[in-house]
Design a protein around this ligand. Structure first.
Ligand code: ATP
Length: 273
């Protein structure tokens, strides 16, 4: 089997503009990839099939679709179409998940990105990263970043990426919770609460790199809390500052001090048991 991996992400900053006539939103976002990877293996099969395993709960694994609505199959079909293959070779995908679906940390998008890389090799297409990025952009706003990784400023619908200087390595505590939040639903609530959008910063604020003054700001926090009011309690459970990633509900806490983070992790675990 041929395999590839792609990282999950957090948004260090995420502002959303008003809904555009095409239904998308302009965003200004600082993406940061994590040292936490989704893995996708591929092999030729008689039909399009998917098996899912991973380091998350069985309940969370069950939420990952195994039919053609899974992003890995959509990625395969979009990739084939981009090179003019009308009837691509059906493939079996083995997905190893490390982050829950509908979590705001782009696990599904990472699966799509990993699938593109693996299939590029399995089908001997020899496409460049820039060509894969074009296909990635058709699949979802977070997929191009999952191919790129690092730290990047995302504009447009999130697919126009500009790499930013590398940040100092920090430890990250991810606080997963159920139920997940569908990106579409969170944006729908956002549109009602912010009909004129919530885009205040601009590209110039990030000209010399990530702007620490803007760290953690997320336009989708208000709508996410409307759908999941219990998140507020989770945010206030520890003295560290918990931020929302993307459309949530995953929260993240950053620290250069691993001991401090381990202490917060224990507080979360104790509160959950
Ligand atoms: P993530 O990309 O981690 O799922 P997200 O919050 O950005 O996070 P959404 O846009 O809400 O994701 O989409 C999540 C939905 O996508 C899931 O509920 C699931 O039905 C569907 N999905 C399709 N393919 C996958 C996949 N490979 N992994 C997870 N979810 C997937």
């Amino acid at each position: 089997m041929i395999g590839a991996k792609a990282p999950a992400k957090i948004n260090l900053f995420f502002e959303v503009g008003k809904k555009r006539p095409d239904g998308y939103h302009d965003v200004l976002s600082t993406y940061q990839s994590l040292d936490l990877f989704e893995e996708v293996m591929v092999e030729p099969a008689t039909d399009w099939t998917i098996s899912v395993s991973g380091d998350i709960s069985a309940e969370q694994l069950q939420l990952v679709p195994t039919d053609e609505s899974n992003l890995v199959i959509k990625a395969a079909k979009a990739l084939a179409k981009s090179v003019g293959i009308e009837n691509p070779q059906p493939m079996h995908f083995k997905i190893h998940k490390r982050v829950p679906a509908a979590g705001g940390v782009a696990g599904g998008s990472a699966d799509a990105a990993a699938a593109l890389v693996a299939l590029n090799e399995a089908w001997c297409l020899g496409l460049e990263k820039s060509q894969l990025a074009k296909v990635a952009a058709e699949l979802g706003a977070d997929v191009p970043f999952a191919l790129l990784g690092g730290t990047a400023l995302g504009t447009g619908s999130g697919i126009d990426l500009q790499p930013l200087p590398k940040l100092r390595t920090q430890h990250v505590l991810l606080v997963f919770s159920q139920p997940g939040l569908g990106t579409k639903e969170v944006f729908e609530v956002f549109d009602k609460s912010f009909p004129e959008g919530d885009l205040i910063a601009n590209r110039a604020d990030f000209q010399t790199g990530f702007n620490l003054d803007l760290a953690g700001r997320n336009s989708l926090l208000v709508p996410a809390l409307e759908l999941r009011p219990d998140l507020l309690e989770l945010m206030n459970l520890v003295p560290g500052v918990a931020k929302l990633s993307g459309s949530g509900p995953t929260l993240y806490l950053l620290s250069e001090d691993l001991m401090e983070l381990t202490g917060w992790q224990k507080e979360y675990q104790d509160a959950g048991s």
